[in-house]
Design a protein around this ligand. Structure first.
Ligand SMILES: Nc1ncnc2c1ncn2[C@@H]1O[C@H](COP(=O)(O)OP(=O)(O)OP(=O)(O)O)[C@@H](O)[C@H]1O
Length: 252
């Protein structure tokens, strides 16, 4: 059997904001091919950790290694180029552009041809086959010609996933993929992530524990910037420290 490889590793990762440690000495190891969830009460440092991993914030201390490269303090573009794609919690679509155009543009930007050429129809046709596949993968093939602004919320998020997948990432980072969704969209998105995870590595910040329970191989629980517990969901959810952290947060 192929040995499991740690694709993303952090050692003693830290981030301070004016002397306040939002992320404190975090050691993380994300194994290739797994879904790894980051959970924790509000203010635990999940978003800050995510921003460190993607280069949107520079760490105050520690190291980050991705696929054998030291990416500590590297800018987001470089980390993206190495194969890390991120979907955002807040939607970042162009309302007038169709779903298909979004994916084609993302495919083109991944080729290094530059965004300035994006209006060239001839060029875009080169990407149309793969764009159709990706839209199909996220269940949007029938909505391909709709302006993104007119898509329902759940489908906007699905389109963002297709855009992230267009970069053919080694690692996909999902920032609260089901936030703000009704039950039906939550179920649809969970099924979608279960499908697209095949052959990929996923790190996700997620508040919905049933989503975490059904998708994650490993769960890291953060509290006040530190790793409180880590392991398979069933183990972590019955950890007394984790229960207390969540109950404490609820009471607060
Ligand atoms: N730019 C900043 N300047 C100062 N403090 C910050 C900054 N960003 C985050 N913090 C603080 O760091 C701590 C961790 O915040 P973070 O947003 O990472 O938590 P979180 O786990 O993502 O929370 P939530 O689940 O509410 O999104 C919080 O106390 C927050 O107030």
């Amino acid at each position: 059997m192929r040995q499991s490889r740690a694709l993303l590793v952090t050692h003693g990762l830290a981030k301070e904001f004016q002397g306040f440690r939002a992320v404190n000495e975090v050691d993380l190891s994300v194994v290739e091919g797994t879904v790894h969830a980051l959970v924790g009460p509000n203010g635990a440092g999940k978003t800050t950790l995510f921003n460190l991993l993607t280069g949107f914030l520079r760490p105050s201390g520690g190291r980050i290694t991705f696929a054998g490269h030291d990416v500590t303090g590297q800018p987001p573009e470089r980390i993206a180029r190495l194969g890390v794609a991120r979907s955002f919690q807040v939607t970042s679509l162009f309302p007038q552009m169709t779903a298909r155009e979004h994916v084609e543009l993302a495919l083109q930007s991944g080729t290094g041809l530059g965004r300035r050429l994006w209006r060239s129809d001839k060029l875009m046709r080169r990407f149309s086959g793969r764009a159709a596949e990706l839209l199909d993968e996220v269940g949007l093939v029938r909505l391909a010609e709709r302006p993104a602004g007119s898509l329902p919320y759940g489908q906007k998020r699905a389109l963002e996933l297709a855009i992230a997948l267009a970069l053919d990432p080694q690692l996909l980072l999902l920032d609260e993929p089901t936030s703000g969704m009704g039950l039906e969209d939550v179920d649809r998105t969970t099924a979608l992530i279960a499908r697209i995870r095949a052959g990929r590595t996923v790190v996700m910040v997620e508040h919905n524990m049933s989503v975490v329970g059904s998708l994650a191989d490993t769960v890291t629980v953060l509290q006040r910037g530190e790793v409180l517990a880590e392991g398979p969901y069933d183990q972590v959810k019955s950890d007394p420290q984790v229960i207390e952290a969540y109950l404490g947060a609820d009471v607060a």
